[in-house]
Write a protein that binds this ligand. Structure first.
Ligand code: SAM
Length: 450
């Protein structure tokens, strides 16, 4: 589809880029570049039905090419579709052992799901999204990828300032922006563009950066990224940050072929701005992006952390034990938290999180119903086959029916005596099934059926 660039847009970039502008306008009319990532949280993560012939040079898990959202590799969380430029953002965050990381503008979750795979599973990722509907999508992507160390929250950046000042070692601000770098991927978005919209975005981004600064520990690292070209939302905002907070400095980052320096003339001519990184689609195999890594100076002060107690009462614990004895090889023991009727293995028990709108804290194990615990799909997606007592691998026909919401009638009577069965297709676990009398009852969540 042709991207209808406005006269104002073209004139702006002709002024900024001279002769190069025409090349970029042409690149915006070309096809966007598809890519995907593997999920190393799975033991057999390379066991996917998609070509791995074209690896992305700056990512250990990224490949050029497109995937089918209906294939089991996607449904079971082995694959995540993400355009190639965006993959470098998580690499710039570069998680380290014992980090507490905040992804402040996280939906639908492509950076968070990448970050989680670069982190030690014991360390905490807070994945926040201000918009409730988008936060639900984020939460379901975290679930699909089998991630267990993440707290998904639905708050504004300002709401974090009440309890989380100087709390995070690394913060990612993948800011809401005018999206100029994504015009060819989403040609409709060009309709929202205007100089006033760019200004509005820049203004909102500065507010988000003000909050992020407060939440960052001294010594901590902030990564700022946008998928837009505009100087106002990029170099000018970094210039604002450096001027407002003199303890913030830009770090040098590795630039692979096609990655370009930030443009000092698009800020206040500070040569430091060269340390930022730009990707233009005429010169880079990906969409248009800006990103940079900043560091806050100073030494970290000790924070007092009040831990919530595990709050599982004896009868709940008995139900969990009963469920685990029949269905699991391991009993979840640490960080058990009951929230209403739901049982979580919490990523964090820090009481601060009670002040936020938490949508998911770590692994959702299941829901207490009358006299039983019903496991949640999150558990099966985060589990390796060896952790389950019973698994049934569906045939092509059974899989189609199961995804559709039907139960599976078995010809034989397997040794499943009323168990929760891990269901797989092509040997990839993707759901629970409840076995009873030669039938596997369908418990696939309605929202995921197709
Ligand atoms: C570029 S998108 C994030 C993409 C995401 N990081 C990913 O990789 O999947 C920016 C997000 O910021 C959110 N947002 C909008 N206004 C915001 C605000 N004032 N503060 C924080 N986030 C905001 C949007 O809802 C949107 O989900």
């Amino acid at each position: 589809m042709r991207v209808d660039l406005s006269k104002e847009f073209k004139e702006k970039y002709q002024k900024l880029l001279g002769d190069r502008a025409e090349k970029i306008f042409q690149a915006i009319q070309a096809d966007s570049i598809d890519a995907f990532r593997l999920n190393p949280l799975k033991d057999d993560f390379k066991n996917v039905k998609v070509s791995l012939d074209a690896p992305i040079p700056y990512s250990n898990v990224g490949y050029y090419g497109s995937i089918d959202g209906k294939q089991i590799d996607h449904i079971a969380g082995y694959l995540y579709s993400q355009e190639p430029s965006a993959m470098y953002v998580a690499e710039l965050v570069a998680p380290e052992k014992n980090d507490r990381i905040l992804d402040l503008c996280a939906a639908p979750g492509s950076k968070s799901t990448y970050l989680a795979t670069l982190m030690d599973p014991q360390d905490i990722l807070v994945s926040n999204e201000i918009n409730h509907q988008r936060a639900k999508v984020l939460s379901s992507n975290i679930e699909r990828m089998g991630i267990t160390n993440t707290i998904v929250t639905n708050n504004s950046p300002q709401e974090f300032e009440k309890g989380f000042n100087e709390y995070f070692d690394k913060i990612l601000v993948d800011a809401p922006c005018s999206g100029e770098g994504m015009f060819r991927k989403d040609p409709e978005s060009v309709k929202y563009w205007s100089p006033e919209y760019v200004e509005q975005c820049a203004n909102r981004q500065r507010h988000i950066l003000d909050s992020a600064y407060k939440l960052l520990k001294p010594g901590g690292r902030l990564v700022y990224s946008t998928c837009t070209f505009s100087p106002e939302e990029n170099e000018a905002n970094i210039e604002y940050l450096l001027k407002t907070y003199p303890d913030m400095k830009l770090n040098e980052v590795k630039k692979y072929p096609g990655m370009e320096d930030g443009v000092p003339a698009w800020g206040n001519n500070d040569p430091e701005l060269k340390k930022a990184l730009r990707m233009f689609p005429d010169n880079f195999k990906g969409e248009g992006h800006f990103m940079c890594q900043l560091q806050k100076s100073g030494a970290e002060s000790k924070l007092r952390i009040k831990q919530l107690k595990q709050n599982l009462k004896k009868p709940d614990l008995e139900l969990l034990k009963k469920f685990a004895q029949t269905n699991l090889e391991v009993l979840p023991q640490d960080n058990l938290l009951r929230v209403k009727d739901f049982l979580y293995q919490a990523a964090s028990l820090d009481s601060r999180f009670s002040s936020l709108h938490v949508m998911r804290n770590g692994l959702n194990i299941g829901e207490f119903k009358k006299n039983r615990l019903e496991p949640d799909i999150a558990m099966v997606l985060a589990t390796q086959a060896s952790d389950l007592k019973a698994i049934y691998n569906l045939s092509d026909e059974e899989y189609k029916k199961y995804l559709h919401g039907e139960s599976v009638i078995l010809d034989t009577q397997p040794d499943f005596s009323n168990k929760w069965i891990g269901l797989s297709y092509q040997n990839k676990l993707f759901s629970w099934g409840r076995y009873s009398n030669k039938q596997i009852k369908n418990v696939y969540p309605k929202g995921l059926r197709r």
